[in-house]
Design a protein around this ligand. Structure first.
Ligand code: FES
Length: 52
């Protein structure tokens, strides 16, 4: 999900992630290794997901 930056994201554990880009891709699928920021892991095709 693209949002206008800069952003400060508060995670469930209370920690915060700050990103000062003018546009920030926020992960909504939770597959990102850079969660809460999107690293395009959501693009992985379904039939390869079980190979992890
Ligand atoms: S939305 Fe989760 S990796 Fe892109």
């Amino acid at each position: 999900m693209l949002v206008e930056g800069p952003v400060e994201i508060v995670l469930e554990d209370g920690s915060t992630v700050v990103c000062d880009r003018f546009q920030v891709a926020v992960c909504t699928c939770r597959r990102s290794r850079a969660y809460p920021l999107c690293d395009t892991s959501h693009r992985r095709r379904r039939h390869t997901a079980h190979e992890e």
